[in-house]
Design a protein around this ligand. Sequence first.
Ligand SMILES: NC(=O)c1ccc[n+]([C@@H]2O[C@H](COP(=O)([O-])OP(=O)(O)OC[C@H]3O[C@@H](n4cnc5c(N)ncnc54)[C@H](OP(=O)(O)O)[C@@H]3O)[C@@H](O)[C@H]2O)c1
Length: 299
Amino acid sequence: MKKDNERNNWVATAPIIRLFLPIWDYVRMPRTSQNYKVNEMQSSSKPATPLHPRKRAILVGASSGLGAALAKKLTREGYTVALLARRKKLLTELCTFINSDGASHALAYEHDVTAYDKVPALLKRIITDLGGLDLFIFVAGVNFPPGLQKLNATDDIKMFETNTLGAIAWLAPVADLFKEARGGHIVGVSSVAGDRGRIGNPGYNSSKAALTTYLEALRNRFTRHGVHVLTVIPGFMDTDMVAAAQGATPFTIPPERAADDIFKAIKRRKQTVYTAPIWRWIMLAIKHTPSVIFRRLNF
Ligand SMILES: NC(=O)c1ccc[n+]([C@@H]2O[C@H](COP(=O)([O-])OP(=O)(O)OC[C@H]3O[C@@H](n4cnc5c(N)ncnc54)[C@H](OP(=O)(O)O)[C@@H]3O)[C@@H](O)[C@H]2O)c1
């Protein structure tokens, strides 16, 4: 009480400082469920009950690599997940592993993201199966490096069809649904490859650059409606995709570590996350390298 009086007297004599008090109060304010919704998640060790419902997520591209690691991480952290990809067998095995304690925290859906017209009905079906939706993650991606001799337009188009158009086919309807609900979290997995056009793989670079920009535009369009958008920018991860990469793969991390970084970024409501974090600084340097030098580099 004494402390409050002292503060009020002091404030009365300092009108300029008083102007900034609402900002200070906001900074000190304990974060409510509105600000840190994900913090409220129950650990999977606690049973799901009507009073402690599990959060619900859709993961597109979950059959291997980062998607599979994220599926395991999310279910451990209290989510029920719908897992989508083309390889149904892998998805079913993953669901069996996750649900081995007898619960049904993971559901499998066979889906090719280039079947764009199937998305609206499938989205509706999954939301009904899950009983709602809190988090949507688009992980699916393909990479067909053309080598340095000749470009391959067919492969470049395929990369756009999956990495960019497949993502848009899901992200747009999910964002509009979340807008109506005035809440929800969207995560899109892009790549450091999208930060700059390089000689090795123009198709992959530009498919991911377009995705990064699309996600930024969604963030700018939907934040005001309570929808949060996170752009994930991985460097190299030890998955099937990197096994097919050409050249050196420095700072490669296991997909489980990337999944941990992404989960932390979701909890902290970050806008962008580089994983491993060192890539933020590497790409800052690469993005600012003048074209006159960059054109002469062989990577
Ligand atoms: N590995 C890296 O070093 C690296 C670096 C930067 C960014 N990334 C990005 O990280 C994401 C995950 O890749 P990853 O490294 O985990 O490789 P991955 O093991 O090959 O995983 C790719 C995932 O995408 C799915 N997918 C591909 N085409 C699809 C389609 N048409 N329809 C539905 N699902 C499809 C695959 O499932 P199905 O084949 O079963 O359909 C698989 O689940 C990708 O977006 C990739 O571009 C990876």
